[in-house]
Structures are given as structure tokens and as C-alpha cells.
Design a protein around this ligand. Structure first.
Ligand code: ATP
Ligand code: MG
Ligand code: MG
Length: 407
């Protein structure tokens, strides 16, 4: 294996940090572009000569990272894609290869980072999503008309860009919510989505790779298991793998739909696909992330290959072909992941950290983010076992502590 390639990552939060953890085992060097002492840099001092202090939204900082890395990838989609487009024009390939340096493609990220453009892309590729409409008005009447075109209230008003952890969503349940929704989000580009009356939320990580075959690139996608995600206030709280009370048939349909959706985007890497399972058992795609994802943390303890290792391998020319179907399967019967979210005081979440430290079998991941803020992702806990009822018993007291912190 040629491990001389340096992978440059735009963003150095918890996802970048877990990419670095996976990279260490493969002896892959990872250069991070983010603020000084970002979580991914703290554990990667060996790459201090190639890290860049700055922002993934700043063109000259992105250029500095590109100068230090063979391949550029992402742990966040809110990056400057204009400079990536320029970089690709200047040096499209890793020298002496036909392997694109920017993985997945900047075109993929540009399309995904505008959630409305993403929805249109999915619809064009025959992927079912909740109906949506661009909102070009800040007038309450205008929004009411758009809601009517979508079949009436409720709707979810969403920011098209810079959205994460539900910050950018406003549920419009009744006419009286229209004005506060526009007040909360009105200064951002918006779109409106028909309400999805889901029975469950599911997610599937998909790894997309390409291999050379007879002078051409052959693409392949592999799906990780379907998982159940539980969100509170639009932020992910719990993940169950496999999903509870969901037939194998639906799980397989979710995996297939996720694979189909990811196949429509150029470039390699892992993608997080969020889905709604409706009451009548139909599936809609909520959104796609072109990077490792919160719903895939469980893969570290519960699958043959973690999403982080899969991502690194997928973006590198010499390793992409080494990801085999078994890699994405579970090694355990059941896994559960609980996010450690910040509470009202900077150290509120420490209660949950301590509870996890005292729970046998709880695998604790702390991200090194410093003081907590309400709803900030500070860490997570994964539990694996022979059945959901077994791990739910162990996890339950931790969920109680998590709820007390958020209350
Ligand atoms: P993420 O942190 O996953 O990127 P986000 O800020 O991009 O989140 P979404 O994934 O669009 O936000 O929405 C967050 C949550 O809000 C969803 O997981 C779901 O619980 C709820 N939600 C979003 N869209 C709808 C909808 N159309 N109908 C009902 N609930 C919705
Ligand atoms: Mg999102
Ligand atoms: Mg989401």
C-alpha cells in the first residue's frame, strides 16, 4: 500500500476527529483546515506541518490546504465550492494518476449545500422526497399561498443553506406560526417543504467508490445497514441499528433507495442518507450529507469497517477498490448510539459523561470541544449487544440523564 498520500479535510470538528482516528490505524496523514486546536487537530499533532489555521469557507485558506494535500475531502458541506472548482481546473488529478483530487466532487457538494437544489436534483433522478417549493417572499400572505400550493399546513419552513442540527428549520403548524417563522428565518434564502407524517426516521450510510476497469472508471455503491434515528427539536438524539419494529423488506428498500440516491452524485466517499418512513410504509428521502454522518457513528463499534475508515479508503486511489461488501455489515446483533448534547451550563453534559464512565460496555467518545452550549454535540456513547432489549436496559439510565440535561 502506498500510504504517502496526504488527505486534506475541510473542517476539523468531531467528524474530522474520528476520520483522524481511523487514519492513524492505516498510517494515512490527514491535514485539517479549521481553527487552531479544532477537535481533529488536537489528536493529530503528527500532521502539524500540514494543518491550516483558517476557515473552509475562505478561498485562500482552502488553497493553502490544497497545497499541503494530495486529495481534498470534507467533514462539513458548508464550504467554498467556487475555489474547489478553480482548483480542479488547475490540477484535476493526483499527479501520475487519473484520480480526481477533490472527492466527492465539488459539484456534489454545491448541489447538496443548497437543500432546495438538492431536493430538485433528487426529484430529477426519480428519488421520492417531500414536495417542496422555493420561498421568494418574506410576506406572510406569500408564504400562506405557498403552503396552500403544497397541500396546506403543516409545512416545514427551511433555510436553503448553512442549515444543520435543525438550525434553519421552523415548523409551521398553524397560520399563527407564519409570522414568527418568517421572523426567525426571513433573512435567509428559504424553501418550504410539505410536512412528512413519518412513523419513523431511518438513515443509511452509503460508501461510493470507483475502480479502473479497462481504461474506464467503474462506480460502485455499498450500503451500510438501515438505522432508526430519533430526533428531538430537529436534532439527532438516538440511533438504533438495526431499526426497531421495521421489516427486513423495508430496511432493504431503504438501503436500495439510499444507494440509488448516492449514485446520482459524482465522486467518491461516504454519504449519510436521511429518510422518512411514512405510515403507509413508503419511504421518502429527507436529505443527504456528502460526508461521514452522525447516524453512522455506530459503525465504529458495530460494523466490520467504520464509516470513517470507509471514507478515507473511498477517497484514495490506491484503497478505494479494497472496500468489499462484507465491510459494511454489522458484527453485532444490535447497537445504540446516544448523543451527548450540551445543556444550560458549560459543564451540564459532564453528568452524562460521568454516567457513561460508570456504565459497563458504554463506549464513550468525547470530542474535545471545550465548554458546552445548549444542543451542541459534545460527544456520544455507543452500546452494542445481542438484542435491543439487552442494550436498552443498559442505555435507559443514560437516556434519563440526557433528558435531565436538556430539560
Ligand atoms: P442535520 O443536522 O441532519 O443536517 P438539518 O438542520 O439539515 O439537520 P433536516 O434534516 O432538514 O435539518 O430536518 C431536521 C429534522 O426535522 C428531521 O430529522 C425531522 O425530524 C424534522 N423534519 C425535517 N423536515 C421535515 C418534514 N418535511 N416533515 C416533518 N418533519 C421534518
Ligand atoms: Mg442537514
Ligand atoms: Mg437532517
Amino acid at each position: 500500500m502506498n500510504s504517502n498520500y496526504t488527505v486534506g479535510v475541510l473542517g476539523g470538528g468531531q467528524l474530522g476527529r474520528m476520520l483522524v482516528e481511523a487514519a492513524h490505524n492505516l498510517n494515512i496523514k490527514v491535514a485539517i483546515l479549521d481553527s487552531e486546536n479544532a477537535p481533529a487537530k488536537q489528536i493529530n499533532l503528527i500532521a502539524n506541518d500540514v494543518h491550516v489555521t483558517g476557515s473552509f469557507a475562505n478561498a485562500s485558506d482552502v488553497r493553502k490546504l490544497a497545497a499541503n494535500a494530495d486529495v481534498i475531502t470534507y467533514e462539513i458541506e458548508h464550504v467554498d465550492t467556487k475555489v474547489l472548482e478553480e482548483l480542479e481546473e488547475e490540477t484535476p488529478y493526483i499527479p501520475n494518476t487519473q484520480w480526481k483530487r477533490i472527492q466527492p466532487s465539488w459539484q456534489t457538494v454545491r448541489r447538496i449545500q443548497d437543500k432546495y437544489a438538492q431536493k430538485q436534483h433528487l426529484a430529477q433522478h426519480g428519488i421520492p422526497t417531500a414536495d417542496s417549493k422555493a420561498v421568494g417572499t418574506t410576506s406572510p400572505h406569500g408564504l400562506r399561498d405557498i403552503a396552500l400550493e403544497l397541500g396546506g399546513l403543516p409545512i416545514m419552513l427551511k433555510a436553503r443553506t448553512q442549515a444543520y442540527d435543525g438550525r434553519g428549520n421552523y415548523p409551521v403548524m398553524a397560520l399563527s406560526d407564519i409570522e414568527p417563522a418568517l421572523q426567525a428565518l426571513g433573512d435567509r434564502p428559504l424553501y418550504a417543504e410539505r410536512w412528512a407524517p413519518f412513523r419513523k426516521e431511518l438513515a443509511v450510510m452509503v460508501v461510493k467508490t470507483q475502480q479502473e476497469a479497462g481504461g474506464n472508471w467503474e462506480e460502485s455503491t455499498l450500503a451500510y445497514p438501515a438505522v432508526e434515528t430519533i430526533h428531538e427539536d430537529s436534532i439527532c438524539k438516538l440511533v438504533y441499528a438495526p431499526p426497531r419494529e421495521t421489516s427486513i423488506k423495508i430496511q432493504n428498500q431503504a438501503r436500495e433507495l439510499a444507494r440509488k440516491a448516492v449514485s446520482s452524485f459524482p465522486g467518491t466517499g461516504v454519504f449519510g442518507v436521511e429518510l422518512f418512513l411514512l405510515e403507509n410504509d413508503t419511504l421518502l428521502i429527507n436529505e443527504i450529507a456528502p460526508r461521514p454522518h452522525n447516524s453512522g457513528h455506530y459503525t465504529i463499534e458495530a460494523c466490520h469497517m467504520s464509516q470513517y475508515e470507509a471514507h478515507l479508503r473511498a477517497v484514495l486511489p490506491n484503497l478505494a477498490g479494497t472496500i468489499k461488501p462484507r465491510a459494511t455489515e454489522l458484527t453485532v446483533n444490535a447497537a445504540c448510539m446516544l448523543n451527548i448534547l450540551g445543556g444550560p451550563a458549560p459543564d451540564s453534559h459532564e453528568l452524562l459523561v460521568n454516567a457513561a464512565l460508570n456504565t459497563p460496555g458504554a463506549k464513550l467518545h468525547i470530542y474535545g470541544k471545550g465548554p458546552g452550549k445548549p444542543g451542541r454535540k459534545m460527544g456520544h456513547i455507543t452500546m452494542t449487544g445481542s438484542s435491543h432489549s439487552e442494550i436498552e436496559q443498559l442505555m435507559h439510565p443514560l437516556v434519563v440523564v440526557a433528558d435531565a440535561i436538556r430539560a
